[in-house]
Each structure stands twice: as C-alpha cells, then as structure tokens.
Design a protein around this ligand. Structure first.
Ligand code: UD1
Ligand code: UDP
Length: 364
C-alpha cells in the first residue's frame, strides 16, 4: 500500500515529521506531497531540514491568493496527484487550506483519508481554520485526536466513535525530538538580547488584516515592550500592515524574519514571556513551561489553559496580563500536562494507520 501525506504550511511540517518517522519504522511505503501553500525558504525548506523530513515527491506550487483562488489551485493540483499516484490512504494535518482541499479531493475520488489533529474546535466560524476543521472532520475516515475535548466535539457532530482515536499530540513529539538542540544562548547573542526578554508571534487574520485591529494590537505590544524587551519573528502575513501600525524596530522591540524551527523554539525556551496568536505556540509554551498570552477571543486548544501556561487576552488586557505573568512566572493550574503529550503520538498514529491498511485488505 501507498500512503501520501499532504502538507502545505509551516505547522503541517511540524505535525507530520513524527508520523512519517513512525510509518517508516513500520516499513510502510509513503510520500510527501507539498502543495506550495507556504513557499519562502524560511516558511518551508528550513522545516524539512530541521525536522529531517524526506524531500517531497511533488510540489504543486499553488502559492498565495484569496481563499477561493488558493483552494481552487489546491483542488486542481491535488486531484491530478491523487489520480496519478492512486494512494491507498491520504493523511492530512491540522486546519489549513491545503488540509481542506486534500480532504475534498479524496472524498470525491473515494480515496480514504486520515486527519491528524481532528476534533479541535474554537466554535468561531469567522476563523477560516474553524471552517476547515469542521469540513475535514466530517469527511475523514480516520480521525486522530490530540486532546480529550476533541472526542466530545466529534461525538456531538455525529461522527462514529469507531473512526476516532485519541493518540496524543505529534507536535509535541517534534518538540521532544528537538529538545536536546534547544539552546537559547546563540540566538540571544546574535540578536543582542538581555537575560530577560519576551517573544511575540502574530499572524491571525482577525489581528493583522484590519488596520484598526492591527493598530490596537501594536499599541498593546509596545506597552509590553515598556516592561520587557520583545523580539518578534514576523510571519509574512500582515508584515506591512503591522509596520504601518507602528510595529518597527526600536529600543524595546526587535523585528526579525521568521525563524527556523530549532532557532525559534530555542528563543521561546529562554523567554520570560510569549505573546502569540498561533495555535501551535500555545501548545509548545505549555510543554516548555513558558508563560503564554494568546491575543484571541477564543482558542481551539483549551487544554493549554486548563493544563498549561496559556491565558487568553485582548489588546486592552494584554499589558496588565503581561505584567502579572512576568511577576508570577509559569505556574500551571492543574500541575499536570495534557494526557498523551508524551512524545509517542507519532508511533501511535503509525500503528493506527498500519492496522487500518492491513484490515483494509489492500494489495501489497
Ligand atoms: C496559513 C493558515 C493558518 C496557519 C498559518 C501558519 C489557512 C487558511 N491559514 O495562514 O491557519 O496558522 O498558515 O503559518 O490555510 N506568504 C508569504 N510567503 C509564504 C507564505 C505566505 O509571503 O511562504 C504571505 C502571502 O502574502 C500570503 C500570506 O502570507 O498572501 C498568507 O498566506 P496563506 O498561506 O494564505 O495563509 P497564512 O496567513 O500563512
Ligand atoms: N515557528 C517557527 N518559527 C517562527 C514561528 C513559529 O518555527 O518564526 C513554529 C512554531 O514553533 C510551531 C509552528 O511554527 O511549531 C507554528 O506555526 P504557526 O504559528 O505559523 O501556525 P499555527 O500553529 O498558528 O497554525
């Protein structure tokens, strides 16, 4: 049997690496299809190198565009790939447009699919990712869930429990693998950072696309900068809008290009505080025990609040929350990390997939 992994955006690469490794360990024939949704070297190539991912068998080069244009290019490109390679199973990851397009193409071509990171819900359909999550889970044949709340969300949507597997979080496997390489010293020295600093990442459309929202956010970040120097590895989305809103280099603020995976997590590991609107960074700070303030009205990862270091803030509440987090450090409410975030999710996912392939009575 042949398994294809469809990957397109930065967080996909991080989630897929442990699954690809796990399936390789079981001798399953597989290939990566890169959609080209993310294409800058710092948004893509550096992750293949840092995570030890094999080269893709194809890159569709779909690039950027409106949701309709990007999704249309993804659908057309992926249909051709699936018809050419005739995989026995396609694995999709997370909640990006590449995920949505892959699940739709496979559903129409009757190719079975597995969704890694199924069941997360923000219940906010203004987030493009929430739409992608709901559609992907409705169509997937195997749903691989990272945290227990996902089980009840899927049950409530009428998805048969026989399709659903609680397997833990492969993003945390990647973090565990990188841990021995995470040293804040070199990046701190390169950026001239003091002992105590904060890191911010910002890229959600709800924060960066509208000039007024961007201005409120930047004002809040600058207010945090009054308390602790901040370094911002800036995602390409919103780069200009945030600069127009005043997010520019200054005494307390260092704006840099996006960082590679190991350098970024090294920086986070040494930070006194993280401010973010990322999904994955809420999880990584939880595991690293770094206080995290998430500038969003909701999160599809509530376990990072109940079991981790994460708090939701608005631009208005961010400065005071930062001051409190800097004073308190990283106390976690339950003292327990999320269940199955143990570095072994990749092998668990690989076992579910391999058993499914065998049960499916497929040709060798
Ligand atoms: C996408 C995902 C989002 C995820 C994020 C991870 C969707 C709907 N959104 O958002 O869930 O959190 O990836 O980083 O799939 N750009 C570049 N170079 C690149 C890629 C993008 O300059 O390599 C710029 C382009 O101007 C582009 C913009 O970033 O228009 C947005 O890229 P896109 O892939 O559409 O969405 P993201 O905001 O990256
Ligand atoms: N990340 C990185 N360099 C950066 C910012 C983020 O390597 O400059 C990593 C981060 O550690 C995490 C992933 O990218 O593993 C998260 O991606 P992103 O925030 O773009 O997407 P989201 O999780 O919000 O979908």
């Amino acid at each position: 049997p042949l398994v294809l992994h469809v990957l397109g955006a930065r967080p996909n690469f991080v989630k897929a690496a442990p699954v690809v490794r796990g399936l390789a360990g079981l001798g399953v024939r597989q290939g990566i299809v890169h959609t080209g949704q993310h294409y800058d070297a710092l948004m893509s190539d550096v992750f293949f190198a840092d995570l030890g991912l094999p080269d893709p068998i194809a890159n569709l080069g779909v690039g950027s565009g409106s949701h309709a244009r990007q999704t249309a290019a993804l659908l057309t490109g992926l249909e051709e790939i699936v018809l050419t390679h005739r995989p026995d199973l396609v694995v999709v990851y997370g909640d990006v447009n590449s995920t949505l397009a892959a699940i739709l193409v496979c559903a129409k071509l009757h190719v079975p699919t597995a969704h890694v990171e199924a069941g997360l819900r923000s219940f906010d359909r203004e987030m493009p990712e929430e739409v992608n999550r709901v559609v992907t889970d409705a169509l997937a044949d195997i749903l691989l869930v990272t945290s227990p709340d996902g089980l009840s969300h899927l049950a409530a949507e009428g998805i048969a429990p026989s399709k659903v597997h609680l397997v833990g979080n492969p993003m945390i496997d990647s973090l565990f693998s990188a841990l021995p390489k995470l040293d804040p010293a070199p990046i701190k020295q390169r950026l001239g950072l003091p002992e105590r600093y904060a890191v911010a990442t910002l890229h959600r459309p709800g924060n960066v696309d509208d000039p007024e929202s961007a201005r409120e956010l930047v004002e809040a970040v600058l207010a945090v900068g009054e308390q602790v120097p901040i370094v911002v590895p800036l995602h390409p989305r919103g780069r200009e809008r945030l600069a127009e809103a005043g997010l520019v280099n200054g005494a307390n603020l260092t704006i840099i290009d996006p960082l590679g995976y190991v350098e970024f997590l090294s920086l986070v590991r040494g930070a006194a505080l993280v401010v973010t609107d990322s999904g994955g960074v809420q999880e990584e700070t939880t595991m690293l025990g770094v206080p995290c303030l998430t500038v969003r009205p909701n999160t599809e990862r509530p376990i990072t609040i109940t079991h981790g270091t994460n708090r939701l803030v608005t631009p208005a509440t961010l400065p005071a929350a930062a001051s409190k987090a800097l004073a308190d450090g990283a106390a976690t409410p339950s003292g327990e990390l999320p269940p199955l975030w143990d570095g072994a999710a990749g092998p668990r996912i690989a076992r579910v997939i391999e058993a499914w392939l065998r049960g499916g009575n497929l040709s060798p």
